[in-house]
Design a protein around this ligand. Structure first.
Ligand code: NI
Length: 178
């Protein structure tokens, strides 16, 4: 178990385009997934991408279930958590229909803004065995996945809000965390 430091915007690593994971079966990737999961649950958050702990690779973890009451009901119990690992994720289709959710980010603490994104997405990704999967996602899962995978392209949810609000958040975070 290794909880890593979560980088805070405007750290440069958060703006880089991450590199493809060449060997999902590598021990180093398994260790990275463990670190990401430990750090995400500790934060606590529902998703964390590798660039947020300073590793510029196309990999993220999510658990969109554990904060929906299921975790509280069985605190301490293993198995309630529903960790998902996404390696080299790629959206192969997005709906024209949009949906809005209030988003936050562990790298942009204490700020929440309404963001509009495609309501349904079709994703292709690999798991730790290197196998490929394809599936459609909607609702909060679609939001979480689009948010996390934006991190792999150096994008943040504040890129979708007005420049005025974004500049205000940038100024405040610079003051607090530098
Ligand atoms: Ni984020």
């Amino acid at each position: 178990m290794a909880i890593q430091t979560i980088l805070i915007y405007p750290d440069d690593c958060l703006r880089q385009v991450a590199a493809k994971v060449e060997d999902p079966k590598a021990d180093s990737i398994k260790a990275l997934v463990q670190d990401l999961a430990d750090t995400m649950y500790d934060a606590p958050g529902v998703g964390l991408a590798a660039p947020q702990i300073g590793v510029s690779l196309r990999l993220a973890v999510t658990d969109t279930d554990w904060k929906n009451g299921r975790y509280e009901e069985a605190e301490g119990a293993q198995g309630v958590r529903n960790l998902k690992v996404w390696i080299n994720p790629e959206f192969i289709w997005k709906s024209e229909e949009m949906a809005s959710y209030e988003e936050g980010c562990l790298s942009i603490p204490e700020y929440y803004e309404e963001v509009s994104r495609p309501a349904v997405v079709r994703l292709r990704w690999q798991d730790l065995s290197g196998a490929f999967f394809e599936q459609d996602f909607e609702g909060f899962q679609a939001v979480a996945l689009q948010h996390e995978f934006d991190h792999l392209d150096g994008k943040l949810f504040i890129d979708y809000i007005s420049p005025l609000k974004r500049n205000m958040i940038t100024r405040k975070l610079k003051k607090h965390f530098k």
